[in-house]
Design a protein around this ligand. Structure first.
Ligand SMILES: *[C@@H]1O[C@H](CO)[C@@H](O)[C@H](O)[C@H]1NC(C)=O
Length: 653
């Protein structure tokens, strides 16, 4: 990694801190600076930047300090680099940044990495860094001492930005510092909003004691590497340059504007080599900066021509103007090396010059993040229930191989969460309304938890949702939680087939409950139960005009029927003398369309036409429970099985 070696050079050079104006660490400046591994927050005495600890940004990892003999004692940055946070557990560990300016803003995200033998293993790791769901960089260290930043511009489409460290089987990932700065819209603007990953940021002739520009001279605390170019002469101005008072979209610091290199003669050129390997999968850009501070241009001309790898890139050479910044942005194609050649034209009175340049590559956004509302909702649920699953970090669905195990996602287009299994996760408290915000959820398993309170109505509004709530002893069915105590004696009324038996219990429960309360308004239940509605003609056809009677329950007569798809069903006809009235019928329908439980026979639909009220259930063909309990039956149930049935019935209730 060549950029790494450049950065290393930077740090190998001796430098003295730049004197910085004192600055209030305002909360409105739009930055987040995290000194990873730090035990407490502090204001950096060199930069006046407020550094926070990891807490609140990442939930996993371990803090470390660089060992003596490896730690930094240079004033600038040392404090941030002397601690780090490692991630020995899990494949993907993520920091979540939530800048208060939120989405639809452009940010600069920068991370520093300094291994420096923190684990005393003398083996620097290699790992991947993701920006959200997309690969950003692969971190590699040439030696124990190397350290460097990576930096990217990022247009945020959501309010949170995650930076994830991914273990690729080559050692434990870690990070030394992580920063985020709010950029203005015009800064680093290209034709697309794709992230720009900075490979090199160079200036040429800052004096030895200002090798290093930081906040607030650089408003984004960018690091400008001092590059040495042969056959050149350093030039600078002592005049005060107001970097805000000129057109300066990329906000070059005044330190960078005030220094430049110039070619040794009118007809010699400045040659800048850049050896970072480019590859065909990325688009690369170069920014060249020319700021004319030479008074002589008021009477003489400086006309500059630039070529890249011997190809002229400007239609015309340009003439510099006093105290004006010229920025040339050029995209380049794949090349093993890059040579920038800057030359004065024959008409020029003054030699060629340049102040600074940057090379960056455009990251391709190959993955699209999970549908925002789904991602927000699962995070909310994680927080509400305090779900301690280590891999619940970063995007829930993307990349596929990091998708959270407890859920499944749709695979075409924007990923959607389609199933969620939180069985046996020790969830407590009520079923939160957030679950209703998963609009594409098809399956929700909350069984074997300690959920309490009512089973909420909203679950029924998710029309495609199948959900499992069994083994949550504290849960009760809507509207009935207060009357729970009355239910137990009803188990005694078990009769007929297993299926019918359970239904009867439920039916009786409903009577008890509803006597004390208002039923569901008719409108309510009609809206959500439409797919369960059958006409009288349907029922006649299904039962072959009520041809085969298979039983009689508290509700009325039960008939055998066959659906169009061949499924056998049991159709229960509400008898005119049944104690259940209209309202109870609707309540039962309402309940059955909401409640799905493996111990309850599944509800197929209902008919409510004129005087005819019928309920249609899946048909259980194993005969009735009485038969199975009787000693005359060759397959008579064992005691353990009988006990299990009693337990299952109770659970169904
Ligand atoms: C949920 O996960 C458990 C195991 O953790 C499994 O037994 C159960 O069948 C799963 N539920 C669904 C609906 O797949």
């Amino acid at each position: 990694m060549n950029i790494a070696s450049e950065w290393m050079l930077l740090f190998l050079a001796f430098f003295i801190p730049l004197q910085l104006p004192s600055l209030l660490a305002s909360t409105d400046t739009g930055y987040i600076s995290i000194d990873c591994g730090a035990e407490e927050a502090y204001t950096d005495s060199d930069s006046n930047i407020w550094y926070q600890t990891d807490s609140g940004f990442v939930e996993t990892g371990k803090n470390h300090k660089l060992p003596s003999g490896y730690s930094f004692d240079q004033p600038q940055m040392s404090k941030q680099l002397n601690t780090l946070r490692s991630f020995p557990d899990g494949v993907r560990n993520c920091y979540t940044l939530t800048p208060k300016q939120g989405k639809n803003n452009k940010y600069l995200v920068r991370a520093f990495f300094a291994y420096r033998n923190y684990d005393l293993k003398h083996t620097p790791p290699s790992f991947d860094v993701y920006l959200g769901v997309n690969h950003w960089n692969t971190i590699e260290f040439g030696d124990l001492y190397m350290y460097f930043p990576i930096e990217v511009t990022h247009f945020a489409l959501s309010d949170t930005i995650s930076v994830c460290l991914v273990n690729i089987g080559k050692g434990v990932p870690f990070i030394s510092s992580l920063e985020l700065w709010l950029l203005t819209d015009s800064t680093y603007r290209t034709s697309s909003s794709f992230p720009l990953d900075i490979l090199t940021r160079s200036t040429f002739s800052m004096s030895e004691d200002t090798l290093f520009v930081r906040f607030e001279d650089d408003v984004y605390d960018r690091v400008w590497f001092n590059r040495i170019v042969g056959n050149s002469k350093k030039i600078s101005t002592s005049a005060t340059i107001d970097s805000y008072g000129i057109e300066n979209t990329n906000k070059l610091p005044s330190q960078v504007l005030k220094t430049a290199i110039q070619s040794l003669s009118l007809n010699s050129s400045l040659e800048i080599y850049f050896n970072n390997h480019t590859d065909s999968s990325h688009v690369y850009y170069i920014n060249l900066y020319f700021f004319e501070f030479d008074q002589r241009v008021t009477t003489q001309k400086r006309i500059v021509d630039v070529t890249f790898n011997d190809k002229s890139i400007l239609t015309d050479p340009f003439t510099t103007q006093h105290l004006k910044l010229v920025t040339i942005v050029q995209n380049i194609t794949q090349a093993d090396h890059l040579r920038i050649s800057i030359k004065a034209t024959p008409e020029s009175d003054l030699p060629a010059m340049i102040n600074a340049f940057e090379v960056y590559r455009v990251l391709s956004l190959t993955n699209s993040a999970t549908y925002q509302e789904d991602a927000d909702t699962i995070l909310k649920i994680k927080h509400i229930y305090g779900i301690p699953i280590i891999n619940w970090q970063g995007d829930p669905c993307i990349p596929n191989h990091f998708a959270w195990e407890e859920l499944t996602c749709s695979s075409d287009g924007t990923p959607r969460i389609i199933s969620l299994n939180l069985s046996s996760r020790g969830l407590t408290g009520p079923i939160d309304v957030s679950f209703s915000r998963f609009s594409e959820l098809q399956s929700l398993d909350l069984s074997y938890n300690k959920l309490t309170g009512e089973v909420p109505e909203f679950l029924a509004q998710l029309s495609n949702l199948k959900f499992l709530l069994e083994r949550n002893p504290g849960l009760c069915l809507a509207r009935s939680c207060k009357t729970k105590k009355n239910l137990v004696p009803l188990i005694a009324s078990i009769a007929a087939s297993v299926a019918v038996l359970v239904m009867i219990v439920l039916t009786f429960l409903m009577i008890r409950r509803i006597k004390k309360k208002n039923g569901v308004s008719k409108k309510d239940w009609q809206e959500k139960s439409d797919k369960y509605v059958f006409s009288l003609r349907d029922v006649n056809r299904i039962t072959n005009n009520f041809k085969t009677k298979i039983g009689k329950g508290g509700f009325g007569e039960v008939y055998l029927g066959t659906m169009q798809d061949g499924r056998d069903v049991a159709v229960k006809l509400l008898s005119q003398t049944s104690r259940q009235g209209d309202r109870e019928f609707h309540s039962e329908v309402n309940l059955l369309t909401i409640v799905h439980h493996k111990n309850l026979v599944s509800f197929v639909g209902y008919c409510d036409e004129g005087d005819v009220k019928a309920l249609i259930y899946e048909y259980m063909d194993q005969g009735n429970l009485q038969g199975l309990l009787s000693g005359r039956n060759p397959n008579v149930l064992k005691w353990s099985e009988r006990l299990q049935i009693a337990v299952d019935v109770a659970l169904g209730m």
